[in-house]
Structure formats: structure tokens, C-alpha cells
Design a protein around this ligand. Structure first.
Ligand SMILES: Nc1nc2c(c(=O)[nH]1)N[C@H]1C(S)=C(S)[C@@H](COP(=O)(O)OP(=O)(O)OC[C@H]3O[C@@H](n4cnc5c(N)ncnc54)[C@H](O)[C@@H]3O)O[C@H]1N2
Ligand code: MOO
Length: 404
């Protein structure tokens, strides 16, 4: 059977068929890890007024020139100001106002002398050191100016972004809607955690690993089910998932006698976009569209399923959410063992990295079977061997995709 698409074509085609979801308005307090659907400009001057960056004394710089331990400058204390208050008093030559961090800079003052280099007695304060003019002042607008573009559409909302939004007086923001995803695992052999395995049965891994990948990537898992390799049951689970933004179905997409997924989806009216990609693992991936729902048929082999999710489902989720960053962290590493493969398929080889001060090394994991899930635990990256590459020698550089 002919392989229809390359890795690159598959990804391009998936993105072409994926639409960014609409925007909705939410409160920033519940916006963590959502994706911004608008550029955020400041309407504020931050800080809104000149203020003191240290606990100390607001003075006129000309009054402390030449101050030293031996010959301190003595000033008259004419008041005190803490953060959150204002004063009508003005600092002049020979006077000072005691200030706390965050207090507005009193009129007349142009320098704040930290408390550590002073001595206060009665209504006088001695300054033991000259410091530079404007020291320890935070000027109005030095952080943010009105009209300034601070956060871009497509950025992920982190705790730092939320803090910035609060500073900007933005209670509500526009974000893209969270994708609604349904997940179906197929296979007569699947048994759930806690049940005694009957002859021929195995544990269902994909339901757990794929659902975690969905959630990890900021999607809403609205429907999760397991079905036998039975046409009617597969169809009824798929019907229940209709209307999702995406359906991920694992197993039954290859060429076996029980691989009904494709057939059932066709009967339901799915438009097949492609089936089978020149990659390993993940070869039998099916991609189609049912009404407006993206359909990903992922291979049943548990390693193939999570690797295929990472390569093909992930970019679609990123596009749906309007996330403008790359779904993958790819770096160059030095190979520690030869890798030899046949021409034709793009291989993602599970590997483990080690780091020295300035270099990353990578070793392929000893067991590359698509059924051996422990390889995902003992690896932290996928070594990328493009279609035409057949031999990379130990000591040579190779691209890797980090798994976490
Ligand atoms: N003659 C051919 N046979 C196979 C081909 C092929 O091209 N020609 N492709 C192989 C490749 S590559 C893969 S990957 C698998 C994919 O097969 P299916 O997607 O149809 O998946 P199943 O046959 O249902 O299952 C494959 C394998 O994975 C186990 N499995 C399934 N679901 C789960 C689950 N939820 N948790 C854990 N393990 C699961 C299942 O028991 C099978 O061992 O086809 C190859 N065959
Ligand atoms: O490509 Mo299958 O997806 O090797 O295991």
C-alpha cells in the first residue's frame, strides 16, 4: 500500500484544514494558560507618579554634595510620608522629608538617600555620603507608557502576563475558546486498570496517555470512551462525540480484519484528507473532517499514539487556540551511537539526553518497539532522522525534539 504523505505535507495539510476558534471574553483571574486573542496596549502610566524606591530621606541633591562620614550634611526634617499618602510639603535647600518605599516623591526633592547612610536625631538628619542625583527614584511611566504594546495576540497567558494585565487595569480580556476534544480508544483486547486481565487482554494505555496530552495542551476533554472493535459500537461512540472540535480515536486504523474505524467514519460522512504518513512510529495516522470536526485516527500501538499526537494533533491544537509559538522544542545534539535506518520514512527515535556545560549528547534507547511504553519513560527526546537519511554516525550532530 502506498504511503500518501510526507511528515511535512501532513503537517501542512492539517494546518490548512484547521481553523482558529472564536474569541471569548473572560476574567484574568481564570485566564491562566489560555491564549490571548487581542493585542494588549497600555492606557496607563506605570508607575503613575514619581515615587521612592528606598526607605530613606527625600532631599535636594545640591544639599548633599560633598557629604561624607567625616563631614556629614545636616538637614532639617520637615515631615514623613508613607506609601499610599501624599503631602503638601515641599523639600527645599536644607530640608528633608522622611519617606518609605512606594511613597510619592515629595515636591522639590530630586534624590532619595537610603536610611542606611543617615542618622536621625530629633528633627534633624545627618547624611554621611553623597549619592548621585535622581538615585532611588522610580519615575512616572518608566515601566510602562500609555499606548505601549505589551502583550501580543497569540501569546500564552502566564502568571507574569496576568500580573501585567492587573497592572494595566484590565479585568477582562479576549482569549480564544478552549478546543472541545473527544477521545475514543478502540480494541477488544483492552482492559481497564484494576480489572483482572483475561487471556489475550492488555491494559488500556491510550485512554490515559492521550487524555493527559489533551489536557496538558489546554484543551477540554468533553467525552472519553472505550469501544470494542465493533462497527456499531464504534459508530455510536463517534455519534456521541459529534460536535466536538476534534475527535481523537486510537486503534483500528491500520489494515487488519478488525480495523473498522476508517470504514465507519466514511459511512458517517467523513471527508478523508489523508491516511498513512511516511513516519515511524505513527505510520497509519488518519486525518479527516466530519462536518466541522477534525478527526485524528491514531495508531493503537501506545508509543505510536503518543508520538503521533505530539507530531500531528499538537500543531492542530496550537492553531485552534491561536497559539503563535512552535509546538515543538527542537535542538541539536551529538549522537552517542550510530543510527542506521532504511530510506523512506521519517523516524522519531526515542532517546535520552545528557548535558555538559556547553553541549547536549543523545543516546538512542535500546528498545524501539512501538508497543514498548517503558521507552517513553526512559527517554526524554525524539531523535529526528529525516526520510532520506540512512546513517548518522556516533559523534555527529543530529536534531532532536524534546519531550517535556
Ligand atoms: N500488515 C500490516 N500490519 C500493520 C501495519 C501495516 O502497515 N501493515 N502497521 C503497523 C503499525 S505501524 C501500527 S502502529 C499498527 C497500528 O494498528 P491500528 O491502529 O490498527 O491499531 P490496533 O491494531 O488496534 O492496535 C495495534 C496495537 O496496539 C495495541 N493497542 C491498541 N489500543 C491500545 C490501547 N488503548 N492501549 C494499549 N495498547 C493498545 C493493540 O493491542 C495492538 O497491539 O498496526 C501495525 N500493523
Ligand atoms: O508506525 Mo507504527 O505507528 O510503527 O508503530
Amino acid at each position: 500500500m502506498e504511503l500518501v504523505v510526507s511528515l511535512e505535507e501532513a503537517r501542512k495539510t492539517i494546518l490548512k484544514n484547521t481553523v482558529q476558534l472564536e474569541a471569548e471574553t473572560i476574567e484574568i483571574s481564570v485566564s491562566l494558560y489560555r491564549i490571548l486573542a487581542e493585542d494588549i496596549y497600555s492606557e496607563e502610566l506605570i508607575p503613575p507618579f514619581h515615587n521612592c524606591a528606598m526607605d530613606g530621606y527625600a532631599v535636594l541633591h545640591s544639599a548633599i554634595i560633598g557629604a561624607s562620614k567625616k563631614e556629614p550634611m545636616e538637614l532639617e526634617l520637615i515631615g514623613q510620608l508613607t506609601a499610599g499618602y501624599t503631602t503638601q510639603k515641599t523639600v527645599g535647600e536644607g530640608t528633608a522629608i522622611k519617606v518609605m518605599t512606594g511613597a510619592p516623591l515629595p515636591d522639590g526633592a530630586d534624590t532619595v538617600v537610603p536610611i542606611e547612610i543617615t542618622f536621625e536625631e530629633g528633627n534633624r538628619v545627618k547624611i554621611f555620603k553623597e549619592i548621585a542625583k535622581n538615585d532611588n527614584i522610580r519615575f512616572a511611566g518608566e515601566d510602562v507608557k500609555p499606548g505601549q504594546l505589551l502583550i501580543h495576540k497569540g501569546e500564552k497567558i502566564t502568571p507574569y502576563v496576568i500580573g501585567m494585565l492587573a497592572a494595566l487595569n484590565k479585568k477582562y480580556i479576549k482569549v480564544t475558546r478552549v478546543p472541545k476534544v473527544s477521545l475514543i480508544s478502540t480494541g477488544d483486547e483492552l482492559s481497564d486498570i484494576g480489572k483482572v486481565l483475561l487471556p489475550g487482554q492488555i491494559r488500556d494505555i491510550n485512554t490515559y496517555s492521550l487524555s493527559a496530552q489533551v489536557v496538558e495542551n489546554g484543551a477540554n476533554l468533553i467525552n472519553m470512551s472505550r469501544t470494542k472493535d465493533d462497527r456499531d459500537e464504534i459508530q455510536s461512540k463517534l455519534e456521541a462525540a459529534r460536535g466536538s472540535d476534534m475527535i481523537i480515536i486510537s486503534g483500528g486504523v491500520s489494515v487488519g480484519d478488525c480495523d473498522f474505524v476508517k470504514e465507519v467514519l466514511h459511512d458517517m460522512g467523513m471527508k478523508e484528507v489523508f491516511w498513512r504518513i511516511a513516519v515511524k512510529p505513527g505510520k497509519p495516522v488518519l486525518f479527516g473532517i466530519l462536518d466541522k470536526t477534525l478527526i485524528f485516527g491514531l495508531p493503537g500501538n501506545p508509543v505510536s499514539a503518543v508520538v503521533a499526537f505530539q507530531q500531528f494533533v499538537l500543531p492542530a491544537l496550537f492553531k485552534m487556540k491561536g497559539n503563535n509559538t512552535s509546538p515543538w522544542k527542537e535542538i541539536t545534539a551529538i549522537l552517542e551511537e550510530d543510527i542506521i535506518k532504511k530510506r523512506g520514512l521519517f523516524h522519531f527515535i526515542r532517546g535520552k539526553t545528557t548535558n555538559t556545560e556547553d553541549k547536549t549528547y543523545v543516546k538512542p534507547y535500546s528498545l524501539q518497539s512501538s508497543g514498548a511504553f517503558s521507552s517513553m519513560i526512559f527517554s526524554d527526546c525524539l531523535i529526528m532522522m529525516p526520510e532520506e537519511l540512512t546513517h548518522v554516525k556516533s559523534g555527529e550532530e543530529i536534531k532532536i525534539q524534546m519531550l517535556n
